[in-house]
Design a protein around this ligand. Structure first.
Ligand code: FES
Ligand code: FES
Length: 185
């Protein structure tokens, strides 16, 4: 039996189609060259070095890649970077404008996380909840976290911390009751 192997021509590596992406990222205008096929989370982490946006699944299931685009929370593993040209993006590096937001502080004080992998996504989901609902119930908090998974801690402390953060945000400044005593740290 004769086996005929057909010759195939394989094109030399050619650069993937790309473009310049321009966004406002954490308050600053940013231009970066991307490949058309790149996901937003990969551009943030790989091209721009913003590794606070995490990847747990690339599937839209875990919520670790959650951030804010044009004022709305989104999962950046489900979004092509090319589709957000011109957008205003906030990652965890820009959360709270460089200071600990009451929500971050409440999570920290309530032992609401262990490894911290889920925290960036949780913060955006809970921030969105509190922006729209300043006094949520337990159920509303749990519902808001339905797309964000934590493998370490469970959710009881997260719920408690969210109530605490909601109270702090409602409290008109200065609110001495909620000021943290740094001498204990
Ligand atoms: S990495 Fe995006 S939802 Fe899991
Ligand atoms: S604290 Fe580890 S995954 Fe949530």
């Amino acid at each position: 039996m004769t086996v005929v192997i057909q010759e195939q021509s394989i094109e030399a590596d050619s650069p993937a189609p790309g473009r310049m992406l321009t966004v406002t990222l954490n308050g600053k205008r940013q231009r970066v060259h991307i490949e058309d096929r790149q996901l937003l989370v990969d551009v943030l982490r790989g091209n721009l070095g913003l590794t606070g946006t995490h990847v747990g699944c690339y599937n839209g299931d875990c919520g670790a890649c959650t951030l804010r685009i044009d004022g709305r929370v989104a999962k950046s593993c489900l979004i092509l970077a090319a589709s957000v040209d011109g957008s205003d993006i906030v990652t965890i590096e820009g959360f709270g404008n460089g200071q600990l937001d009451p929500l971050q502080q409440a999570l920290w004080e309530s032992d609401a996380f262990q490894c911290g992998f889920c925290v960036p996504g949780h913060l955006f989901a809970l921030d969105d909840l509190l922006n729209n609902n300043p006094e949520p119930t337990d159920k509303e908090i749990r519902d808001a976290l339905i797309g964000n998974l934590c493998r370490c801690t469970g959710y009881m402390n997260l719920v408690a911390a969210t109530h605490e953060a909601a109270a702090r945000r409602r409290c008109s400044a200065p609110c001495d009751k909620y000021e943290r005593d740094d001498s204990e740290v």
